[in-house]
Design a protein around this ligand. Sequence first.
Ligand SMILES: [Zn+2]
Length: 304
Amino acid sequence: MADDIPFDKNLDLAPDTVDEPMPGVRRIMADNPGPFTFRGTLSYIVGRGKVAIVDPGPDDPVHIGAMLDAVRHETVTHIFVTHTHRDHSPAVPAIKAATGATVYAEGPHRAARPLHIGEYNPLDASADRDFRPDVALKDGEIVAGDGWTIEAVATPGHTANHMAYVLKEHNALFAGDHVMAWSTSIVAPPDGAMSDYMASLAKLAKRRETIYFPGHGPAIKDAPRFVNYYILHRKAREASILYRLARGETDIPTIVRTVYIGIDPRLTGAAGLSVLAHLEDLVTRGLVATDGQPAIDGVYRLAE
Ligand SMILES: [Zn+2]
């Protein structure tokens, strides 16, 4: 399905050990492997002496202990959170309590759109609804630490509150779950939105950062080129959906079977939500029609 993107799944990293993929950037992987997390969530430590942590990770005492160990003789002044999924932000309270660091993020968890009448949110369990930043960041805001400078880049789409963070000194970007080397990102309504996601990709494609450190999987080198592959992949997926609809009206499970050939069965639900995200966008753009609001159990056809 997605062999058009030059994926990289080489990540030789033991859980909860520290390595340094770039001078001044350390990373520690939580032991939470899975179909959505790859080998595990990556937490990053930026700087030396007075440091920032990007994405403390899941509420896992071993992971939290490994991070506090890694910074034992240092001061954690800042915590940055890319987004409020349960594999990224629930370790914040423990790290904050142990270090007194200030927490920066776009904002609390929120959906990209309200729920439709009768709709339930299939992603409820994946969200960390307790999270609140100390400081809410706006797109383009700069936060300076001791020897490092971070620029917040609003990248909604995977979640409405997703932020990427540029490490200015290294021309590097902490990409969260927006762009990853090992897989495409999940864009699932109502928390995610495809139109936002595509706009965020287009925005990154115009930027100059050459290396990305994602929330899961190895670093992405030659990042702008990789982002362009991601954009082409989404456009190809949209074209496949339109191609299927040109053969007649149909539902999301049928589209998933046609478009995602050979998919890991554990990902069928996510694939259905991803197709719904594309269909929402296509309905908004007037290319596809459905009865009522675009829904997971709706029937879709090309617009007249
Ligand atoms: Zn996520």
